[in-house]
Design a protein around this ligand. Structure first.
Ligand code: GLV
Ligand code: MG
Length: 362
């Protein structure tokens, strides 16, 4: 284990200083694109400013024959595009694959100055993050980069989940975690075949009614309630990320047509503490932007509580409900997020500003 004194020392001579705090940049939707697909690549400049994060995917979903084309395509797109307020991320190949070394040694010198975050798949433990950490420092030093590239781990192995806290704390580069429900389900030998989302078989059933003799009517019609297969893992991710000052994300929702269930799954993650999710299709961007932005009603309520609580101590009654230091802190989370999002999303800013005006008029 590194001494606390050494934790923020660059891991290579000449590498940029590690960050002491991970910036809270809006990242409601991380939109995946295949850089080897010319049709998709052509759309990227138009998406700048319309999505918080564009991610050039090099890993799963890219055929082995296209791995080099995807890597080179990403270099070309990144070099030719001005990303303005939109972040550029990439997902490199897995650390046990034959492609990952070339991914890193190609991308960092060529486009390292434009890359905000590198997503590392199938992370098993702190040792995987430490490997990438040192390699990035060496490559950054060689390329003369002035700011460190951050690292995001996908939680998609049973061992990764067991080691989630040490993964989050393994390097000052750690920016966040995403859930990888498809690989995680396979690794855990779960009996599902979907990419994220619920399953109709994972449910609880209402107790049977009793007849007049007090005997349970097992065969009677009873309501069932579908449960969330991912609740446990997301809750662990959220705690591990909060503990280390980094950010948790939902992952892929593979049923592109089912925009309703997609929205539900994203909202569960938002309510539990996630800051964003992946988008596998342009229509999921709008869903993510809506879900991962606090609602106007919530922001309105949060601002009222902040105002009513004055110096933040004690308790007040608002609409028959008790508000105190702890509910104030929850409201501040909403207000701060609304401010960050308003700074980059003019439509949202207008909606949030309208509340302010209403308040002033009243
Ligand atoms: C994502 O990579 C997943 O495996 O779900
Ligand atoms: Mg995966």
């Amino acid at each position: 284990m590194r001494s606390a004194k050494d934790f923020f020392r660059p891991l290579a001579v000449g590498a940029p200083e590690p960050l002491r705090e991970i910036p809270a940049r809006p990242s409601r939707a991380i939109h995946f694109f295949d850089p080897s697909n010319p049709k998709m690549a052509a759309k990227i400049p138009d998406m700048v400013g319309r999505v918080d994060v564009l991610l050039g995917n090099l890993e799963d979903a890219i055929k082995a024959d296209n791995k080099v084309a995807a890597r080179e395509g990403l270099v070309k797109i990144a070099s030719e595009t001005d990303f303005g307020p939109t972040q550029l991320w990439t997902r490199i190949n897995a650390l046990d694959s034959p492609w990952v070394l070339d991914d890193l040694t190609t991308l960092v010198p060529a486009i390292g100055h434009k890359l905000d975050v590198i997503m590392v798949p199938k992370v098993q433990g702190a040792e995987d993050i430490q490997y990438v950490d040192r390699l990035l420092a060496q490559l950054e030093a060689k390329a003369g980069l002035e700011r460190p590239i951050l690292v995001h781990a996908i939680l998609e192995t049973a061992r990764g989940v067991a080691n989630v806290e040490e993964i989050c704390g393994a390097s000052p580069r750690m920016q966040g975690l995403s859930l990888g429900p498809a690989d995680l389900a396979a690794d855990r030998r779960m009996k599902t075949t979907r990419v994220g989302g619920g399953h109709p078989g994972y449910l609880v059933r209402q107790d049977p009614p009793l007849n007049e003799l007090g005997v349970a009517q097992i065969e009677a019609q009873r309501s069932t309630f579908q449960q969330d297969l991912w609740h446990y893992t997301i809750a662990r991710m959220v705690d591990a990320c909060a503990m280390h000052g980094i950010y948790p994300y939902y992952g892929p929702f593979g049923d592109i047509a089912d925009v309703v269930a997609c929205e539900d799954q994203f909202r569960n993650a938002f309510l539990l503490g996630c800051v964003g999710t992946w988008s596998l299709h342009p229509k999921q961007i709008a869903i993510a932007n809506r879900v991962f932005s606090p609602s106007v009603e919530d922001v309105k309520h949060a601002r009222r509580v902040v105002e009513a609580m004055g110096d933040g101590t004690g308790a007040v009654m608002l609409d028959g409900k008790m508000e105190d230091d702890a509910s104030l802190k929850q409201c501040l989370v909403m207000v701060e997020l609304a401010e960050q999002l308003a700074a980059i999303d003019p439509e949202l800013k207008q909606q949030y500003d309208a509340i302010q005006l209403e308040g002033e008029e009243a």
